[in-house]
Write a protein that binds this ligand. Structure first.
Ligand SMILES: Nc1nc2c(ncn2[C@@H]2O[C@H](COP(=O)(O)OP(=O)(O)O)[C@@H](O)[C@H]2O)c(=O)[nH]1
Ligand SMILES: [Mg+2]
Length: 217
């Protein structure tokens, strides 16, 4: 009904896109790979990032940008790994945007970093609209959430480079159809990789680590 609202949204997204492009150029100058980790709340973003740090930190210099609506719980968990962590509390905002990431990048010593993980705000809707300047989007869907979520949140899954099906250790208790899942993703986004993993037991995580190392090249 109101064309104004659409125009404002388009303007916001266009301005964000431009700043995201500048973030990516800045990272490229410093030879840094940045991965945006997205999912709804509780799917396992922090767990996956922690596992990735412990596997990769001996070989790569890693930093994390931690986005949350509130609290420092996740940032504190990551800080225990003795790597640089920048915390962004959105104060109610449901997503991160490119200017927030620029501020975080300004606070990091970019010459001393190879790989940055962004933990986005837990949300499968508006986080997908905001390019942050990351090179890759890793979307997590956990088994208890159900295998129909790509149909309900298609934008998120169509923007993904990788879809991680997390919590495979609890598959026996849910009717998540893991065998049929790659076909659902393939229908939306044929180039996305699908990795079934358990951040708890470590099952399947080697494919994810190899994909990160391949992307770092
Ligand atoms: N069973 C099981 N629980 C998991 C797994 N990964 C994460 N969790 C649990 O799920 C909850 C949310 O995980 P967290 O990493 O904080 O999710 P986030 O909100 O997306 O950052 C925590 O209680 C984790 O211990 C998994 O692979 N299997
Ligand atoms: Mg978290």
């Amino acid at each position: 009904m109101s064309p104004k609202i659409l125009t404002v949204k388009e303007n916001i997204l266009a301005s964000n896109e431009e700043k995201a492009g500048l973030n990516r150029k800045l990272l490229d100058r410093h030879n840094i790979l940045m991965i945006n980790v997205l999912s709804s709340a509780g799917s396992g973003k922090t767990s996956l990032i922690l596992q990735s740090i412990s596997r990769l930190k001996a070989r790569y210099r890693i930093a994390v940008i931690e986005g949350n609506v509130a609290s420092c719980i996740d940032a504190d968990r990551i800080s225990r790994e003795n790597i640089p962590v920048i915390r962004i509390n959105t104060g109610g905002g449901c997503h991160l945007d490119a200017p927030m990431i620029k501020k975080a990048l300004n606070a990091l010593d970019l010459d001393g970093i190879d790989l940055i993980f962004i933990e986005n705000v837990g949300n499968l809707v508006c986080t997908a609209d905001f390019d942050l300047g990351a090179h890759k989007n890793a979307v997590i869907l956990s088994v208890p959430e159900g295998d129909d979520k790509p149909y309900k949140y298609p934008v998120m899954f169509s923007e993904a480079d990788v879809v991680l099906v997390n919590k495979t250790d609890v598959l026996p208790y849910f009717d998540f159809n893991l065998d049929g899942f790659p076909e659902i993703i393939g229908g939306l986004n044929p180039s996305a990789k699908v990795f079934p993993v358990s951040a708890k037991t470590g099952e399947g995580m080697d494919s994810w680590f190899s994909w990160i190392e391949e992307s770092l090249k």
